[in-house]
Design a protein around this ligand. Structure first.
Ligand SMILES: NC(=O)c1ccc[n+]([C@@H]2O[C@H](COP(=O)([O-])OP(=O)(O)OC[C@H]3O[C@@H](n4cnc5c(N)ncnc54)[C@H](O)[C@@H]3O)[C@@H](O)[C@H]2O)c1
Length: 205
C-alpha cells in the first residue's frame, strides 16, 4: 500500500464511485475533501457511516472520520487549494438516450474558480468522447424503441477491491495532462496505469 502520500484531493460527487475513491485515497494518506449537493450523503459520511453498501467502505469511512478524512461538504468553495480534482458526478441517460452531461458541466463550473494553473482535473464520470474539450461528440449507443428483457443489474460489491487492483487507463486532452494523471494514479495506487492519447488511437506510454 502506498504510504506517506500528502496529495490534497477533491472528489466532486460523493456518490457510489466518489465515496469509494474518496475513502480509499484517504486510507492511503491523501487529504480528501468531498463535495456533494446531497446533504443526506454529506451528513451520513460526516457521522462516520457509509451511504452505500460496499465491502469495507463503512470501515474505511469510520476509520477516516476519526481523523477528519474524508471531509465532505455541500460547499464547493472548500476545494480551494487542492492538487487534484476528481469529478465523479452521475451521467444519467437523457430522454433521447444520450449521456446527460449537465451534472459534469455543473461540477466543472462549481470548481472552476478554485482550480489553479497546473492542477490536475480527472473526469471519472462516464462521458461521450470530446466532452472534456467542450464539445459533445457522439459515441453513445442509441437503440430503437423495442420490446426488451430488462433485468435488474444491482451494483457489484467489489468496487473497492477493483479500484485497488485493476489497471487504470488514462487519456489526456494534452499529453502533459495525461502524463500528470498517470503520475497521480501511480503515486496513490499500486496498479498498472496505461496512457491513451485519445479514444480512437493506440496506447502511447
Ligand atoms: N470511470 C470509472 O471507472 C467509472 C466506474 C463506474 C462508474 N463510473 C461513472 O461515475 C459516475 C458516477 O457514478 P455513481 O454510480 O457514483 O453515481 P451516483 O449517482 O451514485 O453518484 C453521483 C453523485 O453526484 C452528486 N452530484 C450530482 N451533481 C453534482 C454537483 N453539481 N455537485 C456535487 N455533487 C453532485 C449526486 O448527488 C450523487 O451523490 C457515472 O458517470 C458512472 O458512469 C465511472
Amino acid at each position: 500500500m502506498t504510504s506517506g502520500n500528502t496529495t490534497k484531493v477533491a472528489v466532486i460527487g460523493f456518490g457510489y464511485i466518489g465515496s469509494v475513491i474518496g475513502a480509499t485515497l484517504a486510507t492511503r494518506g491523501c487529504t480528501v475533501i468531498g463535495v456533494d449537493r446531497d446533504s443526506t450523503i454529506v451528513e451520513t459520511v460526516m457521522s462516520g457511516r457509509s451511504p452505500f453498501v460496499e465491502d469495507t467502505l463503512e470501515e474505511r469511512i469510520a476509520q477516516g472520520s476519526r481523523r477528519g478524512d474524508p471531509r465532505v461538504t455541500t460547499d464547493a468553495s472548500q476545494v480551494a487549494g487542492c492538487d487534484v480534482y476528481i469529478i465523479t458526478v452521475g451521467t444519467p441517460l437523457s430522454q433521447t438516450f444520450e449521456a446527460d452531461t449537465d451534472h459534469v458541466q455543473a461540477a466543472w463550473s462549481a470548481i472552476d474558480p478554485y482550480v489553479s494553473d497546473g492542477s490536475l482535473v480527472i473526469v471519472k464520470s462516464t462521458v461521450p468522447p470530446h466532452t472534456n474539450r467542450g464539445r459533445r461528440g457522439g459515441g453513445v449507443c442509441r437503440q430503437e424503441h423495442r420490446r426488451c428483457l430488462l433485468p435488474g443489474t444491482p451494483r457489484r460489491r467489489h468496487a473497492i477491491s477493483e479500484f485497488e487492483s485493476l489497471p487504470i487507463i488514462v487519456g489526456g486532452v494534452t499529453e502533459r495532462a495525461g502524463l500528470a494523471a498517470k503520475a497521480f494514479w501511480e503515486s496513490v495506487l499500486d496498479v498498472d496505469v496505461y496512457g491513451w492519447s485519445a479514444a480512437r488511437s493506440s496506447p502511447r506510454w
